[in-house]
Design a protein around this ligand. Structure first.
Ligand code: HGY
Ligand code: MN
Ligand code: MN
Length: 399
């Protein structure tokens, strides 16, 4: 039996050793970090050993190519600044194992992939945004991370490896296996999820500029305090947004940079991320209008200025009906009655790939619904069952 679950698990643990956090099974492997690049070099070596042709494109997306035209299976191997060992890595190593097994068995070719910067150090799903043509390379190059590094500088670290962008029609479709990253599969006890749709997202940076001053001598009524503005903005938004959202809508202020961030100084500037997600593009637009209006009104109330950055986003995406059906058939054959159809609240490269080829996704449960945290985990039996279902569906679709 060429599909080798132990080899898959061994490779998954080896991948974690690049950027291993020392806390639980966590990793720190942000896109273009030394750990990320070392991991990609190691993955390229494993592809080569398997008889797949490693190919880096100008973004650092790494493909393991088989045949002249094939199915593509994979995910991403970059992590959040503090990430778990499975987010993305699971789908990459599963893709490698499925492609390797197909080759060893002499079956129709399957290629594998690890996309770059899925976690949005620079953009939203930067590597697949550029490859699928959503974002032009020149524009992407000017994007900065929260420390002010540009994408152009960071991808320059991989310039020696880079080849061309591959044509999309080299691939007949895309399959991605991922951890659910939420609580539903565990709650329902149905161990596998066949993804129907992926939510849309909007992401922007907002800053409030006030007046930096002495925290002991500046009377409250004369202050132009950037933190107070942010605090009021958050409170006002949470109350006003109720008119627009539904129970599945989510919004997050996840990154805040307060300047100068010192206890005896009235803060003069704050820059923060504002992200919102929903399955309905119209609702995403209505939320944007409300966010802009609230930011401007609160800025005026606090005598600070508001600067609203460019909104980046991904549209809600439906997964291909045939790919859903093959995943469902494989799940039913290997785990009868133990799977469900479900939408994804997390973003995935499959949302971008769905704009250029048929795409499908399979979820396995996350213990406690935890992800984007060091203690993210999944039972080994679920990882292996997911691999087997993915392989079965990939074979049917490649065949
Ligand atoms: O943020 C997300 O949904 C994904 O993990 N990039
Ligand atoms: Mn992911
Ligand atoms: Mn993630």
């Amino acid at each position: 039996m060429p599909l080798d679950p132990q080899r898959f698990l061994d490779d998954l643990h080896k991948l974690r050793s690049f950027g291993a956090s020392g806390v639980g099974k966590g990793v720190m492997r942000q896109a273009y970090s030394d750990a990320d690049i070392a991991a990609r070099r190691w993955l390229a070596g494993r592809m080569e050993e398997a008889g797949l042709e490693p190919h880096f494109d100008p973004l650092g997306n790494l493909f393991g190519l088989a045949g002249e035209r094939s199915m593509l299976v994979g995910s991403h191997s970059d992590s959040q600044p503090e990430g778990g060992w499975l987010d993305g890595a699971l789908g990459v190593v599963a893709g490698l194992e499925v492609a390797r097994a197909a080759r060893e068995a002499g079956r129709p070719p399957i290629s594998c992939v690890s996309f770059q910067d899925e976690e949005g150090r620079f953009g939203v799903l930067t590597g697949s945004d550029v490859w699928t043509g959503k974002l032009v390379l020149e524009e992407a190059d000017g994007l900065t991370d929260t420390a002010g590094n540009t994408l152009a500088e960071m991808r320059g670290k991989m310039a020696g490896l880079a080849g061309n962008f591959l044509p999309h029609n080299r691939f007949s479709g895309f399959l991605e296996m991922h951890i659910e990253q939420g609580p539903y599969l565990e709650e329902t006890g149905l161990g596998l999820g066949v993804v129907t749709d992926i939510v849309g997202i909007r992401d922007m940076r907002i800053s409030f500029e006030g007046r930096q001053n002495h925290a002991g001598t500046t009377p409250m009524h004369l202050r132009r305090d950037a933190f107070q503005a942010l605090s009021s903005f958050n409170t006002a938004l949470n109350s006003r947004i109720a008119e627009v959202v539904n129970p599945a809508t989510v919004w997050t202020i996840g990154h805040v940079a307060l300047h100068p961030n010192a206890s005896s100084v009235v803060p003069g500037r704050v820059e923060f991320s504002m992200q919102w997600r929903d399955a309905d593009a119209d609702r995403l637009a209505r939320m944007e209008t409300l966010i802009r209006k609230t930011a401007q009104e609160i800025a005026a109330d606090h005598n600070v200025t508001a600067e609203l950055g460019t909104v980046m986003g991904i549209e809600p995406a439906a997964m291909d009906a045939r790919f859903q059906a093959e995943l469902a058939a494989a799940a039913e054959a290997l785990a009868p009655g133990k799977w469900q159809k479900m939408p994804s609240g997390a973003l995935h490269d499959a949302a971008n790939l769905a704009t250029v080829m048929p795409a499908g996704m399979l979820f396995v449960p996350s213990i406690g619904g935890i992800s984007h945290a060091f203690d993210e985990d999944t039972y080994e039996a679920d990882l292996v069952l997911g691999l087997q279902v993915l392989d079965s569906a990939a074979r049917a679709l490649a065949g």
